[in-house]
Each structure stands twice: as structure tokens, then as C-alpha cells.
Ligand binder design. Sequence first.
Ligand code: GLT
Ligand code: MN
Ligand code: MN
Length: 396
Amino acid sequence: MVVSGGAANSEAYRPTRANKFTFGLWTVGNPGGDQFGSATRPRLDPNDSVRELAELGAYGVSLHDDDLVPFGTPSAERDEIVRRFKKTLDETGMVVAMATTNLFANPVFKDGAFTSNDRGVRRYALAKTMRAIDLGAELGAKTYVFWGGREGVEAMASKNPSDALDRFRETMDFLCEYAIDNKYGMRFAMEPKPNEPRGDTFLPTVGHALAFINSLAHSEMVGLNPETAHETMSGLSFYHGVSQTLWHKKLFHIDLNGQKIGRFDQDLRFGSEDQKDAFFLVKLLEESGYDGPRHFDAHAYRTENMEGVWDFAAGCMRTYMILKEKAKRFATDPDIQAALAASSVAELGKPTVGAYSAAVAAELKANPGDPAKLANRGYGNERLDQLVIELLMGVR
Ligand code: GLT
Ligand code: MN
Ligand code: MN
């Protein structure tokens, strides 16, 4: 546990169910293996993960089909695993807020799942996903995530990207119908990522995925699950990516973690890198009316034993709570409010000219304003940003 004294230990940062913090079973369950070394921690029983997370104040978990029911488990055993898991959920009051399919680990998916060149693989992936959707529905998941981990290429010549997008769309359209037909009441959330494990992944960023969703037959039931690490890997601001996702009303779920630009997908403890982006993100989520789970898709450093894993999980939630409190202070700090006014932040919320009419256009062309005068002003952004930094450094 994080040990600190005085105000830093304040009850205000203690999470409750109402904060809607969720964790993937694969996150706290990550045994610490990497490309160059094997696991450093034992595999966790999903039931133990749920119990420990409930103790820490989390609201629920998310899972891949294979996280709960290992690949290839016979059906009688599968039913028993699911029964036990449901009992643990009942006992702890935890929910399964999101479910997804593992379409990346098994060698069958080495050329992709929904976009494999092999039609047999594509059909297998579709069948596996339908079964996983059934499992998600059985556990009460209202959001179903699609991360196309293997949907991409190393050899450019190996796939026609437009054929791949046709197949991706065909599959998503089919699965939307499947969920509707079964009255699952689920929404789908697509998760973009630029690369890793593939050299180049289809639907690499929030922007690509939003455009793709517009082309779907049931675009109203498909939104995004953006991840901090994935947008940051592309060198983009996650805060801006999530802002645009919200603007399109497509933020169906979110994967929070920490990441340095230009690295492999680090999935670090939430807020442990780029605190400014993390701060604006939390402020955005809290002020936008987003009422979905605050989901952590991250894992503890490989250096950690189980104690460190629970420090990691508590740390993700605690940092979120601290940033949430800072967002409240941002809204009430008189110096920050004055600096926002000096930067004309509210003015951007006012229409530039309003609806078109020939008369308005002519009037504006005749009186466009004086560029020399307009260029003369300062925007006070140095002062504004310094105040944000001071807020984050704890001196305001
Ligand atoms: C995998 C990936 C994550 C996705 C998970 C859902 S699996 O851990 O790195 O970003 O969200 O499939
Ligand atoms: Mn993720
Ligand atoms: Mn990641």
C-alpha cells in the first residue's frame, strides 16, 4: 500500500463503487513476462483478483473470453468456471462492465483474425467472437470491446488494405446483427492502436476508427474504447483524442494507463507519465457527463511481487481521485479563472458568424477587421500554463 502522512492520506482519495473504477482481469493478473524474460509473478485466480479489487474500492472488472475460461476448456468445465465466477461477483458486489475476445494470442491468428487472408481463419475468429459475446452477455457486460491486435501487416504486399477494411466492416456488421438478434442490449467499442504486435495495424488511431465506424450499417451501436498508451505511441495527445471522441458522442469505454511517447506499449500505472495530459483527461471525463467505467488497462512493473501489484492497482485509482480533486480546484481558483478570461477561453465557445446569408457574407467581406490590431494582443498562455503546472505540483 502507498504509505504517506497527513493530508496526502485524506479519505477524499479513497475510491468507492460510485467512482466506477474497473480493471481488466489481464491487468492485475499480468504475470510480468516480457519479450526478453519470463513471468516474475504467479498466475492469479480471477476470483481472487475480483475479491482483492473489491477490497480496494473498485466497481468491477473486464475480461477476455480466455482470461476466465482458458482456451480449449471443455464445455462442462467452462460452465463450472463461469458459475464460480458469478458467485464471486455476487458475494463482492462487483460487476463485469466490459468483455472482449482474445483474437491475438493463439497461433491461428498470426495473420490476423477478422482480416486474415485465410477465409477459414476469419470464420473461426467470428465464431470465437460470437461465443465470447454470449459469455459477456451471461456475465452482464453492457460494452463489448474490439481490439484488432493482429489485424495488420509486416509485409506491405501481403494484404490489400481496402479488402481488409471490407472484411473488418463485414464482420462488425454481422456481429451487430448477432447482438441485436439475441437482444443482448450491448454496445460495441473499437480500440485503435498504431502498431504492436503487428508492424502496422489497421485502424491505427482514434481518427481512423471514427471514420471507419461511420461506414458501418449499425454505426449507432458502435463507438470507441481509446487507450492512453495507444494514442501516445502515435505521438498524439490522448486528451485531444478523447475530446474528439466525446464530441462525436462515441466514447463508449476507455482504457486508462501511462505511456512515454516513442516506446513500445508500456501500459504503465495510470498518471505515472505525462501528468498534464492525465489531468486534462480526468477533468474532461468528470466534466463531460461521461458515466461509463473508468477502466484501467495497465499492469504493474515487472519488478513487483503481488504486494506491488496491489500498490499498482490502488495507485491507478488514487491518482485519478487526486486529479479529480485538482480539476475542482482548477474550476474555483481565482487566479486560474482570471487567466482563463485573459486567454479568452470562453470566447471560443461563441459562434464566429452564425448561419450563412449573402448579406452576412457581404458585410463581413466589407468589414473583416484590422489584422494589425488583432495581431497585437497577447493570449496570456504562459501565465495560464504556469498556473496549471503549479496546481499539479501542489503549491496552489
Ligand atoms: C491487450 C491489449 C489491450 C486491449 C486488450 C483488449 S488486450 O492487453 O494490449 O490494449 O485493450 O483486447
Ligand atoms: Mn487497451
Ligand atoms: Mn496498451
